[in-house]
Ligand binder design. Structure first.
Ligand code: ADP
Length: 434
């Protein structure tokens, strides 16, 4: 018990005892005690009311000095108030520093709530995406930055995924967007200006496309002369083999240029919007028939487990099938087996090419879709591979919102699974009205 509390109790006891003693003198000690108790109570209530008034008016003059319990309560109260105010100032300062640093960031940062409504944003978000801190607070960010890619990113909840959207502020500028979960049920949308990177990659794409295009004409002329030479019956016998080799190399160059042009086209385009309902099972059957014509290849089986159609481009899906199947054929011995599967469920659909061939070392799997990446360059070249097939597959799949999942074990075969999201799968294609 504090000294002040002890003093208060002693005072009350003394007053009560005094009251009782005076009452006793008059022959009624209980009345004396009652009056003294009333007096003590009134005095304490008065002090309480005074303290309440002091709290409301912030005038503690009456409680500033003295050693009673009320004075002590005042000094504790002012100590706590000062501490709270110091803490508040420190937080305010910290907040100011955080705001200053987020405003100094070159990247845009937007705090979103669960409904993707803007809670706060920094200065860069205004400069990059035109977001207004006060006016746009509480608005859905996908209503302000209208881009289907961004909408799907916000729905996906995948912090490793990023999308590029056109800047709503400067024509021709590009923003890279990433969503990071933040706090409880909040997200941080990060915006980065990637205009230079996009320009550079467009320049690279244009250069490859132009160079491939320019090389095509001279190559056609060279191939033409080589074909005439090969057909010339008076050609010296020593020339036959070199001309044949030149023809083979010219054919390979034509193939590489064709695939480079195809890659540039795919890279430059967005997602496929065509409303073609692709009959994947039929394409698998067609690919099987085309390849079965080749001598000495593994058995090819088609396993059509779904009648669902795929919304996309039939020509591009056929390219995927042909590329995957030609790889499977090349890397599977004659006594092996290749299975082409089409299946679907509520998660989407899978086009799977499985082989019992030589398999792939796990360390190479992440690099297979890089341009010109081949595990055994010499062998791939000999077999007519360009190293561009899986890069093309990856791009076509990206255009169909799909991904390529490769699983393989050396010596056990490989599985190349193309996973299409449910939105690309049409279970009952609409019947055309005539
Ligand atoms: P390539 O024209 O060389 O086939 P791709 O891009 O199609 O180029 O394939 C890249 C590399 O991936 C191949 O060179 C090969 O090493 C490996 N690969 C692709 N498919 C298979 C497969 N089914 N089995 C084993 N290795 C494969």
């Amino acid at each position: 018990m504090s000294d002040a509390a002890k003093k208060l109790l002693t005072g009350i006891i003394l007053v009560l005892a005094g009251g009782a003693a005076i009452g006793w003198l008059y022959g009624r000690p209980e009345i004396g005690l009652l009056i003294a108790a009333l007096f003590a109570l009134i005095w304490q209530v008065r002090q309480l009311l005074n303290f309440d008034k002091a709290l409301r008016t912030d005038d503690f003059e009456d409680f500033r000095y003295g050693e009673g319990i009320w004075e002590q309560m005042f000094s504790r109260f002012s100590f706590e108030r000062e501490r709270a105010s110091r803490r508040k100032n420190a937080y305010r300062q910290l907040l100011r520093e955080i705001r200053k640093s987020t405003n100094a960031m070159p990247d845009g940062a937007v705090i979103l709530n669960e409904e993707n409504e803007i809670v706060a944003c920094n200065r860069a978000a205004k400069a990059l995406a035109g977001l207004k801190r006060k006016k746009d607070r509480g608005q859905r960010v996908d209503n302000i930055l209208r881009d289907p890619e961004l909408t799907s990113l916000l729905q996906a909840d995948d912090k490793s995924r990023t999308v590029e959207i056109a800047s709503p502020v400067v024509d021709g500028n590009w923003l890279n967007c990433r969503v990071v979960p933040y706090g409880a049920d909040q997200k941080l949308l990060l915006l980065r200006d990637v205009t230079d990177r996009m320009r550079l990659s467009k320049m690279r794409r244009d250069f490859v496309a132009n160079a491939s295009h320019e090389l095509r004409s001279p190559l056609t002329v060279i191939s033409g002369y080589l074909d005439s030479l090969a057909d010339d019956e008076q050609m010296p016998p020593g020339w036959v083999k070199p001309v044949e080799q030149m023809q083979g190399q010219a054919k390979r160059m034509r193939q590489i240029l064709g695939e480079l042009l195809e890659l540039s086209r795919l890279e430059g385009a967005g997602t496929v919007e065509e409303d073609e309902y692709v009959d994947v099972s039929a394409l698998l059957e067609r690919a099987k028939l085309a390849f079965e014509g080749h001598a000495n290849i593994a058995d090819i089986e088609v396993s059509a487990q779904s009648t669902a159609r795929l919304s996309g481009s039939a020509a591009e899906i056929e390219t995927v099938i042909v590329n995957l199947l030609s790889n499977a054929v090349r890397f599977t011995p004659n006594d092996g087996e290749i299975t082409l599967t089409w299946r679907s469920n509520s998660d989407g659909a899978d086009l799977v090419v499985t082989d019992t061939g030589e398999g792939i070392d796990p360390e190479f799997i992440p690099r297979l879709t890089e341009r010109f990446f081949r595990i055994d360059k010499g062998r791939s070249r000999e077999e007519g591979g360009t190293g561009l097939g899986l890069a093309i597959v990856k791009h076509v799949l990206a255009r169909h919102d799909a991904e390529l999942i490769i699983t393989s074990e050396p010596g056990e075969g490989s599985e190349f699974r193309c996973h299409f999201p449910a939105k690309r799968v049409v279970v009952a294609p609409p019947v055309a009205l005539s």
